[in-house]
Design a protein around this ligand. Sequence first.
Ligand SMILES: [Zn+2]
Length: 271
Amino acid sequence: MSKSNDSEKARQALSRIVDLFKTGDVPKALAVATIPPQAGIPSSKWSWSNRLLQFMADTSDARGFRQWQEADRKVNKGAKCFHILGPKIRKITETDDNGQESDKVFVAGFFTIPVFRAEDTDGKPLPYEPTTPPPLTDVADKLGLSVSYQTFAGSYYGYYQGNSKKIVLASHEARVFFHELAHAAHHRIEGNLKGGQVPSQEIIAELSAAVLAQLYCPESNLGFSYEYIESYAKKSKKTVERACLAVINTVGKVLDEILGYQRESKGSQAA
Ligand SMILES: [Zn+2]
């Protein structure tokens, strides 16, 4: 790689950080970047600016090509790297008026380091991935959704992104996955969902998840679900009962959608 090419990449990486400040996305990015990541993940030791670059690449675990090899994972063909910055340390020896020599160390610039997202690698399971995928993972496959795990769990346990058809989980709890799967099924039924945490959408997703949890992991605790629904019912100035009643038909449709795919895949397995 030529020198000028490298400094151009460093300049681009720096300007991406500056852009983040311009667009006002810094608070969110910093919140994610400050959460203590899991031990044993190289980026947990990265500088703040590199963790911001990682945040912008939409991953919580990026590593160099060799680091992935050492973790028994392979970078997928065609995967694109992004660049983080390493400081170019220079040392100069200065002589003061008394003839005393002293070494001065300073950052003379940056070099770039190419890294790849965990999402673009395959191989040995990552320490933060569950050993067995949650029930209904096959339904997510059928719906064309990617399911990936991230190490950070700042303000959320998981999210569903409709336009890129992906579910990202920061928890191994099946019900967290069910909640996001319900958002995805709801999205298919309605054609479009409003962005952000819309109370009715959240109640639909959480009620559906509670039913699926009853079906697939009845030992799981329902307390969290009630508090979650209650908080959204309050936002729409309704009692929990009324808020649930208002969306119960949609919940039924969401469950039909998910369990329909489940029945289909069971059938094809038997055939
Ligand atoms: Zn939700």
